[in-house]
Write a protein that binds this ligand. Structure first.
Ligand SMILES: Nc1ncnc2c1ncn2[C@@H]1O[C@H](COP(=O)(O)OP(=O)(O)OP(=O)(O)O)[C@@H](O)[C@H]1O
Ligand SMILES: [Mg+2]
Length: 451
């Protein structure tokens, strides 16, 4: 038999002799019994983490078994309660079963009849607790779908998000492609009291203009050709939760007018109706451009911009928080390794320099893809090709490029020679003293390369 810890049973009976006898029966059957002659005492020992079964007599002074059952329902409706009834109380017990009691046993009862019922109830409770633990772990894992970054800019961003998440204020999130706007919107939702409601996303840039309004506001059957069935719009669907309007800069002009109304009045009128339906929503909008700049804004309505711009959160591009690159790369590489069942390969010097020097126009998304390709061995960077002067698109001035190029060569050579100074110096064809000067200037630690 597998060694499982004895399931706890809380047993309540005001008849002390019977209490003692029943407790013994259950202990013999392998349960860990706490016996009480008063329900109020027993209640003090029960909370929603209670991992076992409650067995209670019905007729008792003080709180009776049915009242006890009611209180337990409030604490945690999944705790199994088994009621012991005198023969006159069967109707009562049957009703309790309808209300969710686990079982009832009529007095006098056979010891193993009770033990079996408790056994089944304990098993059910164990499964409930196991599922809960799994779910909680899952939620934690989700919550750790994280906003990674330790640069001051990211710390600041995280602080701002914490501050505003639980207010109902609408938020405009700006940032280049792949910089994490959707991650931020998701966090604003998860960190708010709206987390239990829906997080409803709509990309204003990918839906054709003709569809976007009925998607957003919903419609009655027959509101327009093709509208066969009534449809609840996403605005209404997100009531109690968060509406994420992605690429808001692409929202068609007529939709902007209607959206402005929703934001101001907090009510929505589905197409083809005159109903005004109240909505309790928080809007998080994302834009890739600076809507505050009239030249970039184009024909995006200024009033809608101001309405959305109560709080703006801007996410800096990855190249402006380079110190986070290694951390992010490590995270994505680990994630990819787990996903693809591959080890994380050692990091060649060439890849290190790519991480440092590339401009990351696709921001975190590009870095994530790079990490995945690296783990899969699909990245071509490495070998001599990495020694080409760095990405010609970068706006780094020539002297700095040469500096980095030199540092790269030194790292590469050190790496190839396992950190051996004599061989490295020979390969580089420079005097030892010059070599050490350069190490210092580039902040290269020779020991990092020794095998
Ligand atoms: N700080 C971060 N920590 C961890 N993962 C991140 C971070 N920022 C972005 N990501 C990841 O990078 C990818 C791109 O992020 P996201 O989709 O939020 O970008 P976006 O700003 O919405 O881009 P687009 O404008 O192209 O829609 C996602 O897989 C996301 O999980
Ligand atoms: Mg996005």
């Amino acid at each position: 038999m597998t060694q499982q810890s004895a399931a706890p049973v809380i047993l309540i009976d005001d008849d002390r002799d019977l209490l003692k006898a029943t407790a013994q029966t259950l202990e013999l059957a392998g349960f860990s019994v706490s016996a009480f002659s008063m329900a109020s005492r027993a209640l003090a020992a029960i909370d929603s983490d209670f991992a076992g079964v409650v067995v209670s007599d019905i007729r008792m002074p003080d709180i009776d078994g049915l009242q006890l059952f009611d209180r337990i329902l409030l604490l945690d409706p999944d705790i199994p309660v088994i009621l012991i009834t005198g023969h006159g109380d069967v109707a009562m017990a049957v009703k309790a079963i309808k209300d969710g009691a686990y079982d009832f046993i009529t007095k006098p009862f056979a010891a193993d009849g009770l033990a079996q019922s408790v056994q089944r109830a304990a098993e059910k409770r164990r499964l409930t607790m196991e599922n809960r633990a799994l779910r909680e772990a899952g939620e934690l894992a989700q919550d750790s779908l994280p906003l990674i970054g330790q640069t001051p800019a990211m710390e600041r961003l995280r602080r701002t998000l914490r501050q505003i998440a639980d207010t109902d204020v609408d938020v405009l999130v700006t940032g280049e492609t792949g910089s994490g706007k959707e991650v931020v919107a998701g966090l604003l939702h998860r960190w708010s009291r709206r987390a239990k409601g829906n997080f409803v996303a709509l990309n204003c840039g990918t839906l054709p203009e003709s569809v976007i309004e009925s998607e957003l506001f919903g419609h009655e059957a027959g509101a327009f050709t093709g509208a066969q069935k009534k449809r609840i719009g996403r605005v209404e669907h997100s009531s109690g939760g968060t509406l994420f309007l992605d690429e808001i800069e692409s929202m068609p002009a007529s939709t902007q007018v209607r959206m402005l109304r929703v934001l101001e009045m907090r009510e929505v009128m589905p197409l083809g109706t005159n109903d005004l339906r109240p909505v309790d929503l928080r809007v998080v909008a994302a834009a890739k451009i600076d809507l505050g700049d009239p030249r970039q804004r184009g024909d995006f309505r200024e009033d809608l911009y101001y309405r959305l711009n109560v709080v703006t959160v801007s996410i800096p591009p990855l190249r402006e928080r380079r110190d986070d690159i290694a951390l992010l790369f490590g995270y994505f590489a680990e994630r990819a390794a787990t996903r693809f069942h591959r080890p994380v390969p050692a990091l060649p010097v060439a890849v290190q320099s790519h991480l440092r020097e590339h401009d990351w126009p696709g921001n975190v998304r590009e870095l994530a893809h790079f990490a995945e390709r690296f783990v899969l061995g699909l990245e071509e960077i490495g070998g001599s090709s990495s020694l080409r002067p760095i990405n010609p698109n970068t706006a780094i001035p020539l002297p700095e490029r040469l500096e980095r190029y030199e540092a790269d060569i030194i790292r590469e050579t050190l790496g190839r020679n396992g950190g051996d100074v004599r061989r490295t110096v020979e390969a580089l064809g420079i005097p030892r003293k010059t070599f050490y000067d350069k190490l210092q200037r580039h902040g290269i630690v020779r020991g990092d390369f020794s095998k």
